[in-house]
Each structure stands twice: as structure tokens, then as C-alpha cells.
Write a protein that binds this ligand. Structure first.
Ligand SMILES: CC(C)(COP(=O)(O)OP(=O)(O)OC[C@H]1O[C@@H](n2cnc3c(N)ncnc32)[C@H](O)[C@@H]1OP(=O)(O)O)[C@@H](O)C(=O)NCCC(=O)NCCS
Length: 180
């Protein structure tokens, strides 16, 4: 397990999936805002669940997030679109409603940076998030990500086109102990 100060990132367990489906996927608004594609219902146990993991997939690395104190499932995190030629990847995360607002998001981003830069030897990490997602923007910026641009009207979310903010962090600008 990869450890931050409050949360750990471990492999996805089979019994995480029904909890993630109920608390994350079945929240149509939050899923539509995070996924970038239309929400649809998923049959319990389906291999098409966004939370089902294919361990042979090399470009998308999925983690479950757990509280270090007690091991309770807190959400999901991923390093996706891993590009070993350009040595870059994207950061993604989503927390259970009860786990939000406790500083876990910032901690998850810190652990994903460690995984990307130290374990995988990448040089650039990237975040795309809706321009009104203050918690995600702050979680990234706390870890040194800088805003590189706005992708205007780039995603269709629940009846309207919304802007995304693109943030990037280069390994030479990364400060692992950064806390503010
Ligand atoms: C986005 C998300 C991962 C952030 O994680 P979190 O644990 O809730 O965030 P944190 O508690 O670490 O807070 C990070 C910062 O954002 C601030 N923040 C949190 N919610 C906020 C809000 N609604 N408005 C403004 N600032 C907010 C916190 O105060 C904190 O700032 P600080 O470090 O200066 O104190 C989490 O809220 C979540 O899973 N949301 C739903 C799914 C989602 O949006 N995923 C991202 C898709 S790109």
C-alpha cells in the first residue's frame, strides 16, 4: 500500500465495488461531472462497472483509497493515460460523500504524485477538472499543480456545456513535503 498522511492507496477489492457503485456511480450529478460521458445504470456485478479493474491494463492504474486509521474505504484514485514515451499521466480521484472535506483529497493527490514521479519515473502529471470544482482545484494546487489553461465549453454536463481547467505539475517543480 502507498501511504500518505491520512489515507492509503491499495488495490481494488471485490467488495469495494458495490459500495462505490452505490455511493459514487449512482450519484448521477457527481458522476456526470466527473466522467465526461453520459451516465447510465450499471447492472450489479457487471464487468463494465467503471470500478472493475483489469490488472493487465498498463495505461490506467486504479487504486482504492482507504483511511489509514481503521482501513475504511474512502474512495477511488487513478493514474490514467500513463504515457511511457512522453513520461506523463493524468490524475483522477473521487471520494465517498462521508470522506469529503477532511483533507483526504489533497493527501490522495500527494500520494499519486509520489507514485507517478518516484515509482513510475514520470516527468509530467496533469489534472482536468470543472472550473467550479473548488475542492479539486485546491487539492491539486496544494500539491504544486499550476493552471495551464481553460478548455472552454469542453464538456456536456447535465444539460449545459461547462469549462474545464487544465493543471500540470512537472517533476522538477514538485515538492513532496509541500503542505500549503
Ligand atoms: C474533489 C475531491 C476529491 C476533493 O477532496 P476533499 O477531500 O473533499 O478535499 P480536501 O478536504 O482535501 O480539501 C481540499 C481543499 O479544498 C477546499 N475545499 C473543499 N471543499 C470546498 C468547497 N466546496 N469550496 C471551496 N473550497 C473547498 C478545502 O478547504 C481545502 O483547502 P485548504 O487545503 O486550503 O484547506 C472530493 O471532494 C470529491 O471526491 N468530490 C466529488 C468527485 C470529484 O469532484 N472528483 C474530481 C473530479 S476531477
Amino acid at each position: 500500500m502507498l501511504k500518505g498522511s491520512k489515507v492509503g492507496l491499495r488495490a481494488r477489492h471485490e467488495d469495494d465495488i458495490p459500495i462505490l457503485e452505490a455511493e459514487l456511480h449512482d450519484d448521477v450529478v457527481t458522476t456526470s461531472r466527473a466522467l465526461g460521458r453520459p451516465w447510465r445504470p450499471i447492472t450489479p456485478g457487471s464487468k463494465d462497472s467503471q470500478f472493475a479493474v483489469d490488472d493487465k491494463e498498463q495505461r490506467d492504474i486504479a487504486f482504492s483509497v482507504v483511511e489509514l486509521d481503521g482501513g475504511t474505504l474512502a474512495g477511488v484514485a487513478s493514474l490514467w493515460g500513463v504515457d511511457d514515451h512522453n513520461r506523463s499521466a493524468h490524475v483522477g480521484l473521487g471520494l465517498r460523500p462521508s470522506a469529503r472535506g477532511k483533507g483526504y483529497g489533497s493527501d490522495v493527490v500527494a500520494v499519486l504524485c509520489h507514485y507517478g514521479f518516484v515509482v513510475r519515473g514520470l516527468r509530467r502529471l496533469q489534472v482536468e477538472t470543472l472550473s467550479d470544482n473548488a475542492a479539486m482545484l485546491r487539492s491539486a494546487e496544494r500539491n504544486g499543480f499550476v493552471r495551464e489553461g481553460v478548455l472552454r465549453s469542453s464538456v456536456w454536463v447535465m444539460g449545459e456545456f461547462l469549462d474545464q481547467v487544465l493543471l500540470g505539475l512537472l517533476v522538477q517543480d514538485w515538492q513532496p513535503a509541500r503542505k500549503s
